[in-house]
Design a protein around this ligand. Structure first.
Ligand code: NPQ
Ligand code: MG
Length: 370
């Protein structure tokens, strides 16, 4: 296919409630959506970068800049491209995986729509619906946290993940474990908030039958995760550290992680995410699909990915109403704790263009070959 134009859409969407993590508090989501216009039809992608470089070094204005000055010009200059050749085309740019991922996803959407194939079928999905978990932010008080968890349990979520940080860990975990059944699926995510000085404190999490502890230490600190994994019986799971398959295999070989959170955006795209999934299946390492407060567009691709056989734990693939009162695609609705995998061509969802323009932060930026 030939890409004729790349459109950058910036949309601001309010969250139904603030979402607080160890790195900050979000009250809305500023999203970059990309539409590619090609000779075989259009495709859409959603960039997972946040407004500020606090989850990773990437952030939405930075992604736009890299796309504007490097990725889109490279893409527009080639006469024939397929999603499978995008990683090689973009290899001259170091890093910037979230920016690369959104372009690859939009091209894949156009390609699969033209071929009348769904993301799920292209990925090799085996399930028609996926088990869902929910990520619960740091709350102002323990009673407020318990109210929120009880709401999600009532909605049918199959796994609860609590955000933790120093000063908000053992107490909320103990209270939520008390609220839930002793064997209900419960895990925690620290988003890099601890250091090895907290080792003895973190070991006390072993009292709560947790599925896993996600990313307690810094992104590049594999060594501390190896120490913790050797000292704690709760499995350690890396998120931020997993930026490509090679580094994931290295972290696994060193014993830093025994379960992996796969996020396509963080790894440069769904094709790299598939490669990691396959490698983990080969080594019998359980994986689950993370979330980045995606709208229905990004959610659709995540749900398709989570339908692959290696995704043996419920993901952060929550329903649209976990984050948004109104979604920019048809909403994802929880049914018995599961979401249906889209079956239509490409992402299988339709971007509501009237909402994208109503919520636009600024006019669409159109990039063409110069
Ligand atoms: C995680 N997600 O697993 C991330 C963190 C996260 C669902 O817990 C804007 C962009 C806000 C990306 C908030 C969940 C975000 C974000 C949290 C990612 O670590
Ligand atoms: Mg995480």
């Amino acid at each position: 296919m030939k890409v004729l134009a790349v459109e950058l859409h910036r949309v601001a969407i309010p969250l139904v409630r603030p979402f607080e993590t160890s790195f900050g508090r979000q009250t809305g989501r500023q999203v970059l959506l990309v539409r590619v216009r090609t000779d075989i039809g259009d495709g859409w992608g959603e960039c997972v970068a946040g407004s500020d470089p606090v989850y990773s070094s990437e952030y939405v204005d930075g992604c736009e800049n890299v796309i504007r000055h490097y990725l889109a010009p490279a893409l527009l200059a080639v006469d024939d491209i397929a999603a499978e050749s995008i990683a090689a085309l973009f290899a001259f740019v170091i890093g910037h995986r979230m920016a690369k991922a959104v372009i690859e996803t939009a091209v894949l959407d156009a390609q699969l729509r033209a071929a009348d194939t769904s993301f799920a079928s292209y990925f090799g999905a085996e399930r028609t619906e996926v088990d869902c978990g929910v990520s619960v932010g740091i709350a102002p008080t323990i009673p407020a946290l318990l109210d929120e968890v009880a709401l999600y349990v009532a909605k049918g979520y199959r796994r609860i993940k609590l955000k933790i940080k120093p000063g908000w860990d053992l107490e909320p975990v103990a209270a939520v474990r008390e609220l839930l059944a002793p064997d209900a699926l419960l895990q925690v995510d620290a988003n890099t908030a601890y250091t090895l000085l907290d080792l003895d404190h973190l070991r006390r999490l072993d009292d709560y039958n947790l599925l896993l502890i996600e990313q307690p230490f810094a992104e590049d600190d594999i060594r501390s995760h190896v120490f913790l994994a050797g000292a704690i019986s709760t499995p350690v799971c890396l998120d931020e550290s997993i930026v490509n398959t090679e580094l994931a295999l290295d972290a696994l070989a060193r014993g830093a992680t025994s379960i992996i959170n796969i996020k396509a955006g963080r790894m440069g795209g769904y094709l790299e995410a598939l490669a990691l999934h396959d490698a983990c299946v080969e080594q019998a390492v359980p994986v689950w699909c993370g979330g980045m407060l995606e709208t229905g567009l990004g959610r659709a691709a995540n749900v398709a990915l989570a339908a692959l056989p290696g995704f043996s734990l419920p993901g952060d693939t929550s329903a649209s109403d976990r984050y948004f009162a109104e979604d920019i695609t048809e909403p994802f609705v929880l049914r018995e704790g599961r979401l249906a995998v889209p079956t239509g061509p490409g992402s299988g969802v339709t971007v509501r263009e009237e909402l994208v323009s109503a919520w636009a932060q600024r006019p669409v930026e159109l990039l063409r070959e110069i």
